[in-house]
Design a protein around this ligand. Structure first.
Ligand code: NIG
Ligand code: FE
Length: 407
């Protein structure tokens, strides 16, 4: 029995499991869904023979069908907008110099603290709708624009409310260590203690986040501060992540991988040693090419060194108001190919399998196999290579989440 048949696609492009080395590209393929799960997939004839008459058919002739994309790194919940800073940056001012004058992250913190839970929910809801319309079916959402107890909890509660408003699946991350808030400018240690002794235990108690993340970089947190925060988070049962080597390599990747982080993200200034540390520890290396692009920089991360070292490589959008204001993860496909020099099959993996691994997801999301949740995207493209090559427009045709057609 099938509730839904996605029929006769020009190509099904997917990894058949998390540990599969090679993707499958099936020409003339179909996929059958029942009770929210994939029940059959393969060449159209085989699938059609294997199932009873489906209740609903999506004609996918001429189309590409992939797993829903998994965007494993976004800063979803914030208020305000920073187009003026963007224009200043493009005229030559640096991201770090604007940030040191109270702009950057802190200007968004100011707007976010003032916004109500309702306003933030409305903003987050619209962003999620736009992500879904670009093919993302699972998204990670970080806090980090509140930076005090009340405002961080507010942002995390907004994330909880958003779960009910959108079919997109959410993973919640606490990023209290995103910047030192203005009231702690002269007392960094005090802010780190506020996080470890008060905010983190409260977030754990209320079950508001699965991950704890730290921005460890020039102008943000030191390696030692990161270690203190992540160790406490680990004690409290959080899984861990870290923003590392975006502007400067402070040696944090080695430390983070030893602490057992699930992923290290950004890595623009990382090299062979960091790649080896990821490969050795099984840490996912997450690249965010939209950020380098949006900042108008040319030193894209060295993803090939990580791939060649055998590390699991993910690509995410880093959606945020400062350095990557773009909900569309599929816009990062061309960037990954042209600037990270990733091969199309590696990009497919990076946005499905590796995205799942970066979020500790093991329920079948991100792969196509019998029994996996049916999160499926149908694209107006006849192959995955075509989707890599045809850029700047949204080629999305249909989105299915948990077996329900949502777009
Ligand atoms: O991931 N790197 C730190 N945080 C964001 C930027 C945040 C902002 O500018 O608001 C990032 O790039
Ligand atoms: Fe980020």
């Amino acid at each position: 029995m099938a509730d839904l048949l996605v029929k006769d696609a020009a190509q099904l492009a997917y990894y058949p499991d998390y540990d599969a080395k090679e993707p499958q590209f099936i020409s003339g393929g179909s996929l059958a869904i029942a009770e929210g799960k994939i029940v059959a997939l393969g060449e159209t004839r085989e699938v059609v023979d294997a199932i009873q008459r489906p209740q609903e058919v999506i004609e996918a002739r001429g189309c590409l069908v992939t797993p829903g994309l998994i965007d494993s790194h976004t800063h979803l919940v914030f208020a305000g907008s920073r187009e003026d800073e963007f224009v200043r940056r493009m005229a030559g001012e640096s991201y770090l110099s604007i940030a040191s004058e109270g702009g950057g992250i802190l200007s968004t913190v100011h707007a976010t603290r003032q916004a109500s839970e309702e306003e933030l929910t409305e903003l987050g809801n619209a962003r999620l709708a736009s992500m879904l319309a670009c093919g993302t079916t699972t998204v990670e959402s970080k806090s980090g624009y509140g930076l005090d107890m009340e405002s961080e909890l507010k942002c995390l509660r907004v994330t909880e409310r958003l779960r009910e408003l959108q079919p997109i699946r959410l993973v919640s991350t606490f990023l209290g260590a995103h910047a030192i808030p203005p009231e702690y400018k002269a007392d960094r240690g005090g802010y780190v203690r506020l996080i470890t002794d008060e905010i983190l235990p409260r977030v754990a108690e209320e079950g508001l986040a699965e991950f704890c993340d730290v921005f460890c970089d020039a102008g943000a947190f030191t390696v030692q501060e990161m270690e203190t925060i992540l160790l406490r988070a680990k004690e409290l049962g959080f899984s861990l992540k870290a923003h590392l080597d975006e502007f400067e390599n402070l040696g944090g990747v080695e430390v983070a991988t030893r602490l057992g982080v699930t992923s290290v993200d950004h890595l623009s200034k990382s090299g062979r040693e960091e790649a080896r540390a990821c490969a050795r520890s099984g840490t996912v290396a997450t690249f965010l090419p939209a950020t380098t692009f949006h900042l108008g920089e040319s030193d894209f991360a060295d993803a090939r060194t990580f791939i060649e070292a055998g590390a699991e490589v993910a690509v995410a959008s880093d959606f945020n108001p400062g350095s990557a204001y773009c909900e569309n993860l599929s816009a990062s496909i061309i960037l990954s190919c042209a600037y990270l020099h990733m091969r199309p099959r590696e990009i497919l993996r990076a946005m499905t399998v590796a995205g799942a691994l970066a979020l500790n997801i093991g329920d079948g999301r991100g792969v196509f196999k019998e029994g996996a949740p049916a999160d499926v995207v149908v694209w107006n493209a006849h192959s995955w290579n075509y989707l890599v090559y045809h850029w700047g427009v949204n080629l999305l045709k249909r989105v299915i989440v948990g077996g329900k057609v949502v777009i």
